[in-house]
Design a protein around this ligand. Structure first.
Ligand SMILES: Nc1ncnc2c1ncn2[C@@H]1O[C@H](COP(=O)(O)OP(=O)(O)OP(=O)(O)O)[C@@H](O)[C@H]1O
Ligand SMILES: [Mg+2]
Length: 774
C-alpha cells in the first residue's frame, strides 16, 4: 500500500516538473492541490500544507479563481498541524524526526557524491533548475529521491516553526529557549543537530555512518553545517553560527574543541559540544541546572507571600523590569536574606547563576558565559553569588560582573560587604542594601503563610521569630512543612519547623563537634550531673525570668550563660558540652583559644570577634578549649604586652557577656586561672577523674551491646586495677576490639587487660611487672 502511495507521489512530482517547465499554469496549481489531497488521505498533513502553500503561490501568479478554497484548506491544515508542544519531551521527538530526515538527505547526497554505497544508481535524471521555482527554498537538486527528501525537510521545518510559534514561552522547551535567545531557524537547527548524539547513542551511530568515521564521537563544524543546510547560502549561514563570535558559541551553548590528539586543528574540524543544561532540558528536565539557591523550588510562593514584607523589593523589581544591560549589587550580612529578596523580586522566574564558593578559578570565564546563556534561555534572573566567597575572590567577581554587563546582559551580584570596597567602580551599577527582616516582618510572613491555621496562643508567632530569626524564604519553607504535616499547629510544632530551617553556617577558626551523644552516654558523678542540669534549667527559663518577670532591669549585666568545665583530660568535658548542645538543639563549635591568640596587637580581638559574629549568626554554642592560655595571664599590666593581653581578656569577657547562646570554657589546669575571672563565669563544673565505681560503669557502658564479646569479663577488676579516665577507657576498648578483629576472635578479658595496660602506660603510669607480662 505504502509503495503505491509513493508511486503516486512520484508520478505527480514528475508531472509537476514538466508543468513547471512550461511555466505557471492552472494545471500546475490543480496538480499541487491534488497532491495536497492525496497527502491528507495519507495523513501527511505537513506535506499537504506544503503543497497547498505552493498551490496558493502559483495560483496568485496565474490568477486562479479558486484561491479562497485553497486558503481555507491552508487555514484548516495550519490549525491541525500547528499545535503547541505540550512538553519538551514531545518536542524532542519531533526534533528527532527532523534530524532523521536531515540524515537521510545527507546520506543520499553522499551516495550521489559517490562517497557512500557507490554502486547505487540514480533512478531519475532530472535537472536542478526545473525544481527551483516550485518549492522554497530553492534547491539545487539532481535527483528526485533527494528532491523529495528535501521537501520532507522543508515540510518538517515548517511544522516545527509553526508549532514552536504556537508554544507559549512559559512552557520549557527548545522552542522557548530559541525564542528567548532570538535564534534563527538555522541556528536552532545547528543546536538541535549538535545535541542529538549527546542525547542518544542511536543518533551517534547514525552520524558516524553518514560521516563515515567510526572513531569520531562528536560532530564537527563541517559536518553540522552541511547537515542542516539545504543550499550554499544556508551552509554559509550555518558555518557562521559556529564561529567563535557567534551567539551560540559566545554563550557557550555550543563549545568548540580540538578533537582528541589533534591540537590546533583547522576550524572546520573542531568538534562541537552542547552545553549540559541544554542536554538536560532536551531530556525532559524543565528546570535550569544552575540553580544556586536552596529555596529555588518555592520561589513563586516566596514571591507571593513576601511581596509586601520586604522594603528592598521595589528597587530589585525595577531593575529586573528595565530594558538592557546592568548590574545590581545587593548587599547585607545575611546570605539568606539576600536570597529571599532575589526570589521574592523575581516573581517566580527561575533564579540561577554562578556561585563563587563552588566554581573554580580557571573555568569561571566559561562558567559565567554559560550561566548567561542558561539564564537567558530560561528567561531567568542571573545571579553572581559572592556572598560567602568574596575573600580572595574580589577580582574574579569583578571580572565576571564586568563581563556580564559588557555582553549586554543583566545580573544581580550578592555580597556581604559594602560594595564601595569592591573593584567594580568602572561598571555602571546600582547598590541596594538588604536588611535582615526584623521581627515584625518575620511574624507577618508566618501569619500570611499559616492563615487560620496559626496557633491560638497570641505570642506564639512572635516567640518563633525571636527564637529562630529566619529569612523570608526559610519561613515560607518552614511553614509549608508545618502545613503539609497536617497535625495541629502548636507553638512547639512551629519551633521545630523553624529550627529545621536554621542555616548551620560554619564558625571560622573552629570545628563543629558532631552531635550524637545523649545524657545516657554520660557517666559522671551525681554532683556533676546536677550542675549540668542547672545549666539546662537556666537556659530554659532565662527568657521567662529576665524578660517576663522583669529581672533584666535589676540585673543589667551578668546574665550570660557561661560555664567553665575543668578537670583532667578525657573526663567528658567536650562530651558534656555536646550533650548540652543537643539538648538546646543548637550546633556546637569548638575553638582552641591558644590557637587564636596572636602576638600581634589587635589580632586576637579580631579573631574572637569573628568567632562570636559567626556563632551569633548560626546560633551556635561555643566551646573554648585551653581557657588557661588566656585567663592565666592576667597581671597588673606593668608591661605593654601584659596590657594588651588584658585587653584581650576583657574583650572575651565582654563578648561572652553579650552573647545570647551558651559559652563553655574548658581547662585541665584550673589552678592557673585567675580567681577574678572565675567570679565572672556563672557556672563552674568540676569533672573529676572517675573513681573505681564510675570506672566500672564506664567499662560497662562502652562495652554494652557489643555482640562479639565473651561473657566472662571482670569489669570490677578492670576498674580497680587501672585508674583510667573515660577517654582512655574508650581508647582501650577500641584497641581491644581491633586486636580481636585481627585475630578473628571475639573480644576477651585478655584483650581488654592488654589494651588497658597500654593505655595506662601511655598515660604516664608505672606498671607492675606482673601486669606488664600479660
Ligand atoms: N564521663 C564520661 N562518660 C562517658 N564517656 C566518656 C566520659 N568521659 C570521657 N568519655 C569518653 O572519652 C571520649 C573523650 O572525652 P572528652 O573529649 O569529652 O574529654 P575532655 O574532658 O574534653 O578531654 P580534654 O580535656 O582532653 O579535651 C569521649 O568521646 C567519650 O567516648
Ligand atoms: Mg575536650
Amino acid at each position: 500500500m505504502e509503495d503505491t502511495v509513493k508511486e503516486t507521489y512520484r508520478a505527480m512530482e514528475e508531472a509537476i516538473v514538466s508543468l513547471a517547465k512550461a511555466g505557471a499554469s492552472l494545471g500546475l496549481v490543480n496538480h499541487l492541490r491534488t497532491m495536497a489531497q492525496v497527502a491528507i488521505e495519507d495523513s501527511r498533513l505537513d506535506l499537504a500544507l506544503l503543497n497547498v502553500r505552493a498551490a496558493i503561490e502559483w495560483g496568485q501568479k496565474v490568477g486562479t479563481a479558486n484561491l479562497e478554497t485553497l486558503q481555507e484548506m491552508e487555514a484548516r491544515l495550519m490549525a491541525t498541524v500547528g499545535v503547541p508542544f505540550r512538553s519538551v519531551v514531545e518536542e524532542c521527538e519531533v526534533l528527532k524526526d527532523q534530524v532523521r530526515r536531515l540524515l537521510r538527505r545527507a546520506a543520499r547526497k553522499r551516495m550521489l557524491e559517490g562517497k557512500l554505497n557507490p554502486d547505487l544508481r540514480f533512478e531519475y535524471e532530472v535537472t536542478a533548475r526545473e525544481f527551483e521555482t516550485i518549492v522554497e527554498p530553492a534547491t539545487v537538486c539532481e535527483d528526485l529521491e533527494l528532491f523529495s527528501l528535501e521537501r520532507e525537510v522543508v515540510a518538517g521545518r515548517m511544522v516545527i516553526e509553526l508549532r514552536a510559534n504556537a508554544t507559549p514561552v512559559t512552557v520549557p522547551s527548545i522552542a522557548s529557549v530559541a525564542k528567548r535567545l532570538e535564534l534563527t531557524t538555522l541556528e536552532r537547527d545547528v543546536l538541535v543537530t549538535a545535541m542529538m548524539p549527546a542525547i542518544s547513542e542511536d543518533f551517534l551511530r547514525a552520524y558516524m555512518r553518514v560521516w563515515g568515521d567510526y572513531l569520531k564521537r562528536e560532530p564537527d563544524v563541517a559536518f553540522l553545517s552541511t547537515l542542516v543546510a539545504l543550499n550554499e547560502a544556508e551552509e554559509r549561514e550555518a558555518r557562521l553560527s559556529l564561529e567563535v563570535d557567534s551567539k551560540l558559541v559566545m554563550l557557550r551553548m555550543l563549545t568548540l574543541h580540538a578533537p582528541e590528539g589533534r591540537d590546533g586543528c583547522q576550524a572546520l574540524r573542531k568538534a562541537v559540544r552542547v552545553a549540559p543544561w541544554l542536554v538536560r532540558l532536551a531530556l525532559g528536565h524543565p528546570q535550569p541546572a544552575r540553580h544556586t539557591f536552596r529555596f529555588s523550588d518555592i520561589a513563586s510562593k516566596v514571591a507571593t507571600v513576601a511581596a509586601d514584607a520586604l522594603p528592598a523589593l521595589n528597587p530589585i523589581k525595577t531593575f529586573l523590569g528595565a530594558e538592557g544591560a546592568g548590574l545590581l549589587v545587593l548587599y547585607g550580612v545575611e546570605r539568606q536574606a539576600l536570597e529571599s529578596a532575589v526570589l521574592a523580586a523575581s516573581a517566580g522566574r527561575p533564579v540561577l547563576g554562578v556561585d563563587f564558593t563552588t566554581s573554580s578559578e580557571d573555568s569561571s570565564g566559561d562558567e559565567v558565559w554559560e550561566a548567561c546563556g542558561e539564564a537567558k534561555g530560561f528567561g531567568g534572573v542571573l545571579v553572581l553569588d559572592a556572598s560567602e566567597a568574596l575573600e580572595g575572590n574580589k577580582d574574579r567577581v569583578a571580572r565576571a560582573a564586568s563581563a556580564v554587563v559588557s555582553w549586554g546582559q543583566k545580573a544581580i551580584l550578592l555580597v556581604t560587604e559594602d560594595p564601595e570596597r569592591l573593584p567594580i567602580g568602572h561598571i555602571p551599577s546600582k547598590a541596594v542594601r538588604v536588611e535582615t527582616p526584623d521581627m515584625k516582618e518575620q511574624t507577618r510572613v508566618w501569619e500570611v503563610m499559616l492563615g487560620d491555621k496559626k496557633p491560638k496562643r497570641p505570642d506564639a508567632l512572635y516567640e518563633v521569630a525571636t527564637r529562630y530569626p529566619l529569612s523570608l524564604a526559610a519561613i515560607v519553607r518552614a511553614a509549608l512543612l508545618v502545613l503539609q504535616g497536617g497535625a495541629e499547629v502548636t507553638g512547639e510544632v512551629l519551633l521545630d519547623a523553624a529550627r529545621s530551617q536554621m542555616p548551620v553556617r560554619s564558625v571560622r577558626l573552629s570545628q563543629r563537634v558532631p552531635p550524637g551523644f545523649t545524657w545516657e552516654d554520660l557517666v559522671l558523678p551525681d554532683e556533676v550531673l546536677v550542675a549540668l542540669n542547672e545549666i539546662v534549667t537556666y537556659h530554659r527559663y532565662r527568657e521567662q525570668v529576665f524578660d517576663k518577670w522583669g529581672f533584666r532591669r535589676k540585673l543589667p549585666y551578668g546574665r550570660a550563660l557561661s560555664a567553665l568545665f575543668h578537670g583532667p583530660s578525657g573526663t567528658g568535658k567536650t562530651m558534656a558540652a555536646s550533650v548540652l548542645a543537643s539538648e538546646f538543639k543548637v550546633p556546637l563549635f569548638q575553638v582552641n583559644l591558644a590557637s587564636i591568640i596572636s602576638k600581634y596587637v589587635g589580632e586576637t580581638e579580631k579573631n574572637l570577634a569573628m568567632v562570636f559574629d559567626d556563632a551569633a549568626r548560626s546560633k551556635a554554642m561555643l566551646l573554648f578549649d585551653e581557657a588557661d592560655s588566656l585567663f592565666a595571664r592576667r597581671t597588673t599590666g606593668s608591661t605593654a604586652i601584659d596590657r594588651y593581653s588584658n585587653l584581650e581578656v576583657n574583650f572575651l569577657l565582654q563578648r561572652m557577656e553579650e552573647y545570647d547562646g551558651l559559652v563553655v570554657l574548658t581547662t585541665n589546669q584550673e589552678s592557673l586561672i585567675d580567681s577574678a575571672f572565675k567570679r565572672r563565669i556563672r557556672f563552674k563544673v568540676h569533672f573529676p577523674a572517675p573513681d573505681a565505681a564510675l570506672r566500672e560503669e564506664l567499662w560497662r557502658s562502652m562495652l554494652r551491646g557489643v555482640g562479639a564479646m565473651t561473657k566472662q569479663i571482670d569489669y570490677a577488676a578492670l576498674a580497680s586495677r587501672y585508674e583510667l579516665c573515660g577517654g582512655a577507657i574508650k581508647n582501650a576498648v577500641l584497641r581491644a576490639a581491633f586486636q580481636a578483629a585481627e585475630e578473628g576472635s571475639p573480644i576477651t578479658m585478655g584483650h581488654l587487660l592488654k589494651a588497658a595496660i597500654r593505655e595506662y602506660k601511655e598515660s604516664g603510669h608505672l606498671v607492675r611487672e606482673r601486669d606488664a607480662a600479660r
